[in-house]
Structures are given as structure tokens and as C-alpha cells.
Design a protein around this ligand. Structure first.
Ligand code: ZN
Length: 257
């Protein structure tokens, strides 16, 4: 899966970890930076494992008996990417979203609202593929390490700049996950429809509304004010996601209509 990592994520990753290593080494010479760094990771591990476990215990685990349709889609995507040891949970919320983690334990949380809003196997595979992409590319692990590095020089001016680098890195991870989503469903159309549904945030979007949103997203690029807002956001501008997916599908030779 790793060869599909978006070049923008690779660059952001390099900058993030390059800086993290340089700064950690610098602080390690004057303080116990490295020791604190390792302690920090251990602490984060404990914290995430414990709080994650508590949160997950309240959710319903997806099984072939309870949710055969979700189970089937997840299983086919899991096998395609060779992800092992994965749990899937259904969150009883109308919020059109999903999330994933590979820190401590691989799991995906699918919100009921999202599963009801997406239509057809293609869109479902894009959504599950996107989350599986976060797991396969080790995004949670990389985030925890990067944020621990940031803690190592908290309170300094460097931390302020590092925040922007971290935010950019978070956004680029989404572009990579979108690529895995597209490769999973094999259809640019279904991928863009799924993104349109996430953007619409409606419980039961109609086909005509989805089509209208897809065309709108394809029709324009991010303007300057959107790019500026993006600099403070963990998620990339939706127009950038659409643009990058179209570019990637061309590269793969997927024909769109
Ligand atoms: Zn994502």
C-alpha cells in the first residue's frame, strides 16, 4: 500500500520528521530531551490504549451476524490490502463520518449516519478504503510520534512553527487515504460521490443532490481565503481532495465519465 502514499504527504512527512529529529537531537544535548521523548511516547501509548478501550467498549462491534453488509464490505477491503487484526465498530450517531486508528490496535469506527448516507458498493468501498488507508499507512502512529516531538520543545517559538508543519502533514495524510479509497473502489465517479456525500452532510441525500455537488466540486478550485483557512485546518480543502483524486485517477488510467 505504501507506494501509493501521496507525494505531498511524503514531502510533509519528511519535513515533519526531519525537523522533529533535528530539534529533538538539539534539545537532547542540553536536556534529557530524548528520555522525555521516549517517556512521552510510552505515556501516550498508555493513555490512548486506556481511553481508546473505554470509548470502544461503549460501541457495538460489527460482526457477520449483527451487520452482514458492513462486515462483507470491510472484509473484502481488508483482504485486498492484507490488513490483519482489525476491529470494526458502529457508532450510533447521525454524524456523516468515520474514523480509524492503528495506534495500539487497528480499528475503524463507522458512524451509522455515514453508512446510511452512502449508496452502492462503490461509495462504500471508497469510504472503507479511505479508513483502511489510514491504518495501512500507519497514520496514527506517525501522528503520535510527531506530536510527542512537538511536546519536546513546547513553549518555544519552534513549537509555534512546528504546529503549522504538523497541520499540513495531517492534511496530506487525507490525500493519501483518498488514493487508497479510489484504488479500493476502482471508480473515480463513486469516489467523488462519496466525497460529495461527506460534504453534503445530509441523512438521505438524493441522487440529483449528489450529482449537483460532484459537478460543483469539479468546477472550481480553492480560492485564496479558502487556502488561508486551510493552513489552520487538519483536513485539506475539499476542492484539493477532488482535484488530487482526478489527477491520480488519470495517472492510474481510470476513465471517468
Ligand atoms: Zn481520513
Amino acid at each position: 500500500m505504501k507506494k501509493y502514499r501521496h507525494p505531498k504527504e511524503k514531502r510533509a512527512m519528511l519535513v515533519t520528521f526531519g525537523l522533529a529529529i533535528i530539534l529533538s537531537l538539539f534539545f537532547a544535548t542540553v536536556t534529557f530531551g530524548c528520555g522525555l521523548f521516549i517517556l512521552g511516547i510510552a505515556f501516550a501509548w498508555g493513555y490512548f490504549a486506556l481511553s481508546g478501550k473505554n470509548n470502544l467498549e461503549r460501541l457495538k462491534k460489527v460482526s457477520p451476524n449483527t451487520n452482514p453488509d458492513i462486515w462483507q464490505t470491510v472484509e473484502s477491503v481488508r483482504q485486498k490490502w492484507g490488513i490483519t487484526d482489525l476491529d470494526v465498530y458502529l457508532h450510533p450517531t447521525s454524524n456523516i463520518n468515520a474514523s480509524a486508528s492503528d495506534f495500539g490496535k487497528n480499528f475503524i469506527i463507522i458512524n451509522q449516519g455515514l453508512w446510511q448516507a452512502v449508496k452502492g458498493e462503490g461509495q462504500r468501498k471508497f469510504v472503507i478504503g479511505h479508513e483502511m488507508g489510514h491504518i495501512g499507512l500507519g497514520h496514527s502512529w506517525l501522528s503520535v510520534i510527531a506530536y510527542q516531538a512537538d511536546n519536546a520543545f513546547a513553549g518555544t517559538i519552534l513549537s509555534f512553527f512546528f504546529q503549522f508543519i504538523l497541520l499540513r502533514y495531517s492534511r496530506m495524510k487525507e490525500l493519501s487515504a483518498d488514493r487508497i479509497g479510489l484504488l479500493t473502489c476502482g471508480s473515480l465517479e463513486a469516489s467523488l460521490e462519496a466525497l460529495a456525500i461527506l460534504e453534503l452532510r445530509k441523512p438521505n441525500p438524493q441522487k440529483v443532490e449528489i450529482e449537483y455537488m460532484v459537478n460543483y466540486l469539479k468546477s472550481r478550485k480553492a480560492n485564496l481565503s479558502e487556502s488561508f483557512t486551510e493552513a489552520f485546518s487538519t483536513h485539506p480543502d475539499i476542492f484539493e481532495r477532488v482535484e488530487e483524486l482526478i489527477k491520480f485517477s488519470k495517472k492510474l488510467g481510470l476513465t471517468s465519465n
